[in-house]
Design a protein around this ligand. Sequence first.
Ligand code: SF4
Length: 683
Amino acid sequence: MYQYRRRLTREVTFGTIKLGGYQPIRVESMTNTHTMDTTATVVQCRRLYEAGCEIIRLTVPTEKDAENLRNIRNQLRSDGIDIPLVADIHFSARAALKAVEFVENIRINPGNYAARQKFSNTEYTDEEYFQELEHVQLEFLPLIEKARQNGVSMRIGTNHGSLSDRTVSRYGNSPEGMVEAALEFARICEDAGYNDILFSMKSSNVRVMIQAYRLLVEKADAELHYAYPLHLGVTEAGDGDEGRVKSAMGIGALLEDGLGDTIRVSLTEDPVHEVPVGFAIVKKYNDFHLVKGDKGHLPLKHVIESRNQLETRNISRDGSPPFNPFSYQRRVSRQFSIAGFEVGGDSTPKVETEVHTPLNEFDTALREALHRLAPEKPLDAIRSEFTSVRINTSEDLVLLDKFLLKLGDAGRHIVASTRDVSLVVALLDKVSKVRLDIIEGEQLGNDFLKNLDNDRPGVLEFCFMHENSGLSVPAEVLAYLGDKLRKQGVQRVMFSIDTTDTVFAYRKLAQTFNSQSLDYPFIIRFRGDTSDRLGCLISCSVQTGTLFCDGIGDMIALHTKLAEDDEVNLGFNILQGARTRMSKTEFISCPGCGRTYFDLEKATAAVKQQTSHLKGLKIGIMGCVVNGPGEMADADFGYVGAGKNRISLYVGRECVEENISEQDAVNRLIDLIKERGKWVEQV
Ligand code: SF4
């Protein structure tokens, strides 16, 4: 919970490389060519290899595709490319049995391997359940045997939304179902003495994905003979920044937990784009691992035991974990209003940014503030709800008056930050929130605290500037202040930490506050100092998104070198990825593979262009009807490839228009959204 430790797993071989154990976290990708098209697939594999990709997966829908893996492999090997290949199998046990001859690893989906998957809500009696499981076992054992003979490892890859009817009947479409589906296959492997396995638990819903992996580790490590490696990924993450942010949040949250041995970032783009994103995500952990070595991973068991003592949505008691790792509950915090915006409680998390220009460069600072606040936009649009200016001296105080005057009504969204305790009271009378930076080792003085009450217009935020002390120090200092202010009856106070160890520091803060029943809201702050844009997106997403996915945080405040609009967008993308604030349409789009027979990237762009203003609506854009309808999970509408340049449209899980021409499909989708009353005109 509070310290990075990698879970030590069994090493599994992928041809010339290994993963798990002390190996670096590997970066994979997947081709989106047709596997029968040898030339196109070899060209794409070569491009992936040259981009540094360490493992390549290819889709294998039929036995013919499986047979063609021979040609692809031979061509690559004769070109001197010895990268491990993975065959991706859905449904066809026969394709699996053939493919295993030509690859280093085989991925099977327990949801559809020799099992019914009709999304029919069929009820299974115990007898029917075990009969089907026996049938699965009979179909699966020959594959295990052949994999063993060929020295091929296997990924048991569960996807949320493509569970078998058998599993759904008993566990629902839930993390529990995903885990049980994987364990059923793992038990068969272990009983057969085959241990070269790894797991994945993917979902397009970042929270579900994180919870499913944690639950798998909890259950698998308690039951199975080995700690098997994990392949991490967020499915159908989409494209562009949204896809990168969602992937970084899901994968990064688990890497922070010490979980994960190989990753794939799934983007609806050229798969070569996935590789640098993957390496940027794993860099921190691979660097740490190589320098510090590994001391193993604390089991999650103790977390479960103490979790059982908690009441749902109740404040945890002393020693309890700061959040439930297996299901989402937002940390309980008190709610109040800042400049007309509700903060804390059940209100949506708000976005704060900082004016980087000092106030004495008056006009530039003013332009920057206006750019960030965008007062011409509606209150709930993608814009910074608060932006802070730095106040260092009493001269700045005078400038602040002039600044607020110039901003007029927009001035109520200006907040201030200072290190000078003597300026705080004056600032609380001028702006809606004041952040006071607490420097380690400096005293605030009791008189200052005594003078705080509920009579000033502004809200006070205490921000601990954390540098070298352990994680307990900021949490204890802030809890001490919180307790004092609570005793004084001060209602409107917020707390934050400025640190590079954001995830662990805020977990400790939440645990300490919860243990003392302190319910003041938290602002999740993160400073992304790098000028590398991708690195910045990733570090911000991992360090803040992880916390929001676990229910910790009432406001997000990023300080980066990104352009103003970019930074504000990133804040909203993180909140949307964590599903704590839906500010635009949620697109669930798969990366496409050899089952895709239309231009998925183009279609995604066209759908996005026309529908991205439909706040809160979830639209799936999926490459094939074989897996698409299941894997778009909880999408409200679906645009799904049905054949060569043919599309089927879905409302929820129901196919309402089958096999229409690709040319008409986007317009029909929009008609459908209108017919179902979900359309709003763009402002
Ligand atoms: S949903 Fe997309 S990635 Fe998955 S099998 Fe179909 S086309 Fe391939």
